[in-house]
Design a binder for this molecule. Sequence first.
Ligand SMILES: Nc1ncnc2c1ncn2[C@@H]1O[C@H](COP(=O)(O)OP(=O)(O)OP(=O)(O)O)[C@@H](O)[C@H]1O
Length: 341
Amino acid sequence: MPPSIYRIENLVHRYNRQPVLTVDRLDIEPASIVGLVGPNGSGKSTLLKLMAFILRPSEGRILFDGLPAAPFDDSVRFQVTLLTQEPYLMKRTVFNNIVYGLKVRGDRGRWRQPVRDSLAMVGLDPDAFVRRQWDELSGGEAQRVALAARLVLKPRVLLLDEPTASVDARSSELIRNASLRARSDWGTTLVIASHDREWLYDVCDDVLHLFRGKPAGTGRSNMIFGPWVPRAGDRFGKLIGDGSYLDVSAPPGEGATAFIDPAAIRILAKGEVTVSADTVTVDGRVTRLSLERQSGDLFADVRVGPLTLVVRVAESHLAAMTLHRGWPVTLAYRPDSIRWR
Ligand SMILES: Nc1ncnc2c1ncn2[C@@H]1O[C@H](COP(=O)(O)OP(=O)(O)OP(=O)(O)O)[C@@H](O)[C@H]1O
């Protein structure tokens, strides 16, 4: 088996002596597409910069292809490219922006066709765009030119930080397609940080959650923040409007965050009443149904007051319910299935 393209061991990163990221162990397989999700400040951009070798970890090490990688060393840095959150275009034409990385890497080949190919890959007509100046582009076009400038390198690793943050649905779709093509055409490994969970789950093989600077599990997960209010018995709850609550087990502290596995929540079939004393229910409305590419599992997003909960719809339950966008549903779960952090 080839080594992981990245292996992170005992990594701590600090800014001004404050630890912001701690990763005991993380492996990323070649040609995988891995998502990073987490609240603001959870360390996603820091992790991407460390993986791009433009930051040096305060402690620990990053193996690249099984070998310890020296930050700032061109031999690894040139295999990896990072599209930052606010990509910067130089005050030049689109063509010159795109070939810049090739020049830096000492590529003296013919650039015309690769530039045209990379523009086409992000859905920009090469004839209309190669000669444009940097300031003759919309925000979404600039974002896609910046991505084209990374794709032209045919990188082994493409790191994307919030690639869809300021673009419309069509551009998001094009960025998704370009990411999938980079993997299938060149075996590129992608690591993508995004707040757009649905987009991310659609593109990625797996999604890593970061929470307060630490990995907090993989896959689809519901992360729910307090405040938590005492309820009857030993229950607590989160007020979700109109005097209704999302009930939880006793939180370990005031600022604790609840994680509910989508597979631990059930949509009750029509007419079904609950179940057992240790199960609670909450009403919501289906806002989206999606099929996970890798597993073939069906997921429903259910709006519950201000929250959206992701629920895995078990195949055995599918026949017993009709699910449509906009339909009211009742969710049932056991508060003791909640994990706290
Ligand atoms: N250059 C820096 N100097 C000092 N602190 C920093 C620096 N960059 C980031 N931080 C802090 O490190 C923590 C992690 O930031 P990071 O940008 O990695 O988070 P993020 O998950 O990408 O957040 P967001 O979703 O808001 O982009 C935050 O507390 C942030 O304030």
